[in-house]
Design a protein around this ligand. Sequence first.
Ligand code: HEC
Ligand code: HEC
Ligand code: HEC
Ligand code: HEC
Ligand code: HEC
Length: 492
Amino acid sequence: MKLRYLLVTTVTALVMFGLFALRDNMSDRKAEAHTTVFKLTEVTERTTDPAEWGRNFPRQYDSYRRTVDMERTRYGGSEADPTAMGADNVYKTVSNIERDTRLKTMWNGYAFALDFREDRGHAYMLHDQRETERVLQRPQVGACLHCHAAVTVAYREAGLAAGAPGTLDDPLLSETGQAQLMQGFPIISAMPYAEATLKVEHPVTCLDCHDPKSNQLRITRPGLVYGLAALAASDDPVPHLESVEKWRAGDRSQPYDANTLASRQELRSLVCAQCHVEYYCASKETLFFPWHKGLKVQQIEAVYDEHRFPDGTPFLDFTHKQSGAPAYKAQHPEFELWSQGVHARAGVSCADCHMPYVREGAMKVSDHQVRSPLLNDAKACQVCHRDSAGELVERVHIIQDRTAALMGRALDAVVALINETEAAMAAGATDDQLAEARGFQKKAQWRVDFINAENSMGFHAPQEAARILGEAIDYAQQGRLSLANLGPVAAK
Ligand code: HEC
Ligand code: HEC
Ligand code: HEC
Ligand code: HEC
Ligand code: HEC
């Protein structure tokens, strides 16, 4: 053991010395060959600092760091608001609720009506969470960190403190590593946000997607582990997730486990599904992904409709302040919408479009500047589509313009329903009389919110997005019809 340690340190020291001495007069290409052959530094299950990993993998680290860049596209990318200076002299991004005040009406009574901004690169995720008014003005829980920080080590430490077996040096995917992770997750999640956030230091880091020994992709997030196990146990067909279909055909003696069963191509999407998904995250229950009936909007809705909080009350995100309707809030269901599209069906992963291979000298590396593919001249698309960048961007815009127009109509219809319900209340309509209209608001709002919260403006699955918005418009108009049918009671 000691001998091996000595050997490793000596070799490391020699390599480092050699590299530094030669660095100036060596061509880039040779340096590249060296850095991939030798590990300059030993990264472990404790190494959350991406700079440490960056010593072994400078190309990936450099592009990872460029996620600080901000540039807008027609519907995506990101943009600083020069009138909104935030913490640490970093401008906030533009406010979505000021840009479209219908959103404020739709979320009246919920924290999203206080502050909801355009998303930006991964480098900002922890910073932005700490300074949102949703955190500053409302009590939030440690569960928020699941998707905004390098949190696996904090989970494991909390698990160990609570009596989980083993040590932090055990591989995360070992039995003891998993026991620590899963035991710590609900503990950190239940803490007040202000306390939990002191236990983390970095936004999503290399360790969150890669095994430190083998560098293989892996799943580290308990929310996704439980979510996929629930999805696999459902009967929603998922032809784009072959390993799930295979597990279903087997004896099912163990829950589905992506880390042992998923293919490399599946993992190129599943690492993103650790966070880019719909979820429940507040104080009444530990964070969960609602996939027990499948990934489609109406299946998720059905899970919520049946669900009860541990205290026995019906599941709900909030009660609408103006109309009194019960409401669900959707958040960034990129994985769910992508799952309904032709690209998923054809085996095209998130990384294929958002982390394309780039040539660096003699090397092919994955671009770790995760961003809109449109900011990269649609280069990612041209691996498969033989069209010009201009043509590909235009095809994306056509889909997005159509989705945006339909979403505008859906939002108008929901806002009209809210205002008319409020008027009916003022005119003396009873809760019994309003129950039907409020039920329609809940369904309509959930659907329009699902597409609004999804960040591709329909691109990930254009027809599914249109179907969902069509239903939203229909439900909202049925709600208005229900009010109209109340007759004189609701006369304004
Ligand atoms: C076939 C290519 C493709 C695949 C596959 C794909 N995306 Fe996208 N994605 C896009 C395009 C195009 C946009 C729209 C970008 C824009 O409007 O600037 C987008 C937008 C996004 C955005 C918003 C980006 C921004 O700049 O605001 C996120 C987040 C996102 N995708 C995540 C995912 C995740 C997670 C997956 C896998 C579950 C995925 N995407 C799969 C092409 C793809
Ligand atoms: C640990 C959680 C986590 C993981 C894993 C993750 N993301 Fe993100 N992603 C976020 C958060 C949070 C933001 C928003 C950060 C902000 O606005 O401050 C974000 C932002 C983005 C954006 C928007 C960038 C922009 O400029 O607007 C894209 C695109 C994106 N992610 C794609 C992906 C893809 C593709 C993967 C998988 C390769 C992935 N993400 C993995 C949490 C995650
Ligand atoms: C399951 C993963 C997940 C959890 C849990 C989560 N987020 Fe996020 N969050 C994301 C992703 C992905 C994005 C980027 C996409 C977007 O903004 O739609 C994001 C974006 C954000 C942003 C930037 C955009 C905005 O909404 O203003 C803030 C702030 C934020 N989250 C705060 C929170 C808070 C507070 C909590 C806890 C209540 C939380 N998040 C829990 C995944 C998550
Ligand atoms: C959100 C998940 C995610 C994070 C965070 C992440 N990577 Fe990756 N990384 C990937 C994906 C996806 C691939 C492609 C893997 C494949 O196809 O097998 C990849 C590939 C790699 C590879 C293999 C060579 C290549 O470029 O394809 C290296 C090395 C690497 N990443 C290093 C890093 C380093 C260093 C960091 C931190 C600075 C990091 N990664 C952070 C998802 C991530
Ligand atoms: C790894 C291969 C691959 C990549 C990368 C890829 N596509 Fe595709 N794309 C496909 C396949 C396969 C289809 C389905 C075609 C078919 O079966 O007829 C498709 C279909 C489409 C369609 C028809 C859409 C629909 O939903 O009906 C559009 C538009 C499109 N791609 C645009 C893009 C854009 C823009 C990008 C980059 C952001 C991209 N693709 C990246 C393989 C890819």
